[in-house]
Design a protein around this ligand. Structure first.
Ligand code: ATR
Length: 293
């Protein structure tokens, strides 16, 4: 890893607010991007108690920050402190990136949406015109569904154990119809590993695995991978463990796949671009995450 750039009187400030935040991989990734771009800037992790989020966000403009990322558990709560929300943030119902504008106003954006889409696209499948199945209906799933709709997917199918939550996402996408063109949306219950459903799995081009099933443990799978067609591209959002049982099964079937660290990388690149209006060195940021090609 290259030496850090010296901190000067002009060093520009960016960072991430979370609670807890010490485990975050973003400081290593973003500082590598800043170094490679030769930007006199530093990215720091800030542990912000939920009850003090408003004060912390207001502090960004007082302290002259360029902007900041927002992570768990603050992504939804951060919305109310923004002066402007981008369509992605509105549709995702969450802010993960804040930019302090020249007049001091705060723009809330969501690069998780774009991150999920770019991760799949960087592995060779464009989202435009495709049928995408999203597994799960939590915050991550809502971001992915928003990202796919904004990227021009033809059809977004949201499947969740609690079907009411999948319906909420679909209702939100439908309500934003004018922004989204003609995306067709459906909600289904995810039961019996996807076997008991009216979905025609052979029509699904991309599956985005956005549930927490398989996190920190090898074992359970959210759906039966055997239902998927040979052309289907799998995106597994979990990156710990690096290979979930579901991802391993899909890979053993020869399906095209994308791992969770790719989304972390792509959302980070999109945030960097949002703040500095320049493309960062993808290789430097990827290496800082310890991610293979
Ligand atoms: P995040 O904000 O990261 O998306 P979350 O809001 O807790 O996290 O969402 C977790 C998702 O994983 C939900 O869709 C959840 O399904 P429910 O809405 O029915 O709770 C899904 N999930 C968690 N454990 C599951 C399990 N054992 N089987 C199926 N789905 C599960």
């Amino acid at each position: 890893m290259s030496e850090p750039l010296p901190i000067t009187g002009r060093t520009r400030l960016v960072g991430v607010m979370g609670w807890p935040v010490s485990h975050s991989k973003s400081p290593a990734m973003q500082n590598a991007g800043l170094r490679a771009a030769g930007i006199d800037g530093v990215y720091v992790a800030m542990a912000v108690e939920p009850s003090r989020l408003g004060e912390a966000v207001q502090g960004l403009r007082a302290l002259g920050f360029v902007g900041c990322n927002v992570t768990i558990p603050h992504k939804a709560a951060a919305m109310e402190f923004m002066d402007l929300l981008t369509p992605a943030a509105r549709l995702a119902g969450a802010v993960n990136t804040i930019r302090v504008e020249a007049d001091g106003s705060l723009t809330g954006h969501n690069t998780d949406c774009e991150g999920a889409v770019r991760a799949v696209e960087s592995d060779g499948t464009t989202i435009r015109g495709r049928t995408v199945a999203i597994l799960g209906a939590g915050g991550a799933a809502r971001g992915a569904a928003a990202g796919c709709a904004l990227a021009g997917a033809a059809r977004v199918i949201v499947l969740n154990r609690t079907v009411a939550k999948a319906r909420e996402i679909v209702d939100q996408l439908r309500a934003a119809g004018a922004t989204l063109g003609n995306v067709a949306c459906e909600a289904h219950e995810l039961e019996d590993l996807g076997r008991r459903t009216t979905i025609d799995w052979s029509a699904v081009d991309v599956v985005m695995q956005m549930t927490s099933v398989g996190m920190n443990s090898m074992g359970p799978m959210p759906m039966d991978a055997g239902l998927l067609a040979p052309h289907c591209h799998i995106f597994e959002s979990i990156y710990s463990p690096p290979e979930t049982t579901f991802l391993a099964r899909c890979r053993s079937m020869g399906l095209r796949s994308t791992e969770g660290l790719s989304m972390l990388l792509e959302q980070g690149i999109a945030s960097f671009e949002f703040w500095f209006e320049t493309k960062p060195d993808r290789k430097a940021m990827r290496e800082a995450l310890g991610k293979q090609d």
